[in-house]
Design a protein around this ligand. Sequence first.
Ligand SMILES: Cc1cc2nc3c(=O)[nH]c(=O)nc-3n(C[C@H](O)[C@H](O)[C@H](O)COP(=O)(O)O)c2cc1C
Length: 200
Amino acid sequence: MNIRSIIAVFFALVVSVSSSWGQKQQGGGQRGKALVVYFSHAGDNYAVGNVEVGNTKVVADYITELTGAEQFEIATHKYDGMAFKPLCDLASREAKEGELPEYEGDVDVRDYDTIFIGGPVWGGTYPRIMFTFFRDKDLNGKTIIPFTTHEGSGLGRCVEDVKKAYPKAVVKGEFSIYGHDVRSERSKVEEWIKGLGITE
Ligand SMILES: Cc1cc2nc3c(=O)[nH]c(=O)nc-3n(C[C@H](O)[C@H](O)[C@H](O)COP(=O)(O)O)c2cc1C
């Protein structure tokens, strides 16, 4: 082997090691990059009172810490400062009328193979604003891992609704947790993530 070949092999090794390290940092292991898409309402909420960080965001942050996945928050100021009861009334009106409230910001989903989708259960499924995201973003062909925080409905109709939105995605590994448990039961999220087999 001459000196040029040795240098070429050396650089090939450096590139391959740094690229697999990069993939692990981004949370997808050998499966490529992962993204956590979530909606979460901070403020007055059922069972937990007035919280600065919404229950679903607490779980989204755990997922990021555990997997290195990046995040996109489906964010809006529409519900800022609302008390629980008026928020329930507004949410059920939105659902009845099939509204698609606008969200802020954007994300290029083409960069990701695995997408965690999480939100609270509102009236049995995800909040309408998440359906706006489903309208805007094509996740067919990707692996989608739905999760919810709730106060009794579990996953509700969320998994079915994700499958309806993305008939050609692989939808699996779903998880739900009580909203009032998220701050004290991080281990439940850890067990779930471990069971998915996407971390080392
Ligand atoms: C408008 C509204 C509707 C809700 N509807 C339900 C429901 O149908 N089933 C349920 O189990 N919990 C329901 N909840 C409780 C939330 O799902 C629960 O508190 C969740 O953890 C909130 O998450 P967040 O803080 O990320 O928004 C509702 C809460 C709100 C504000």
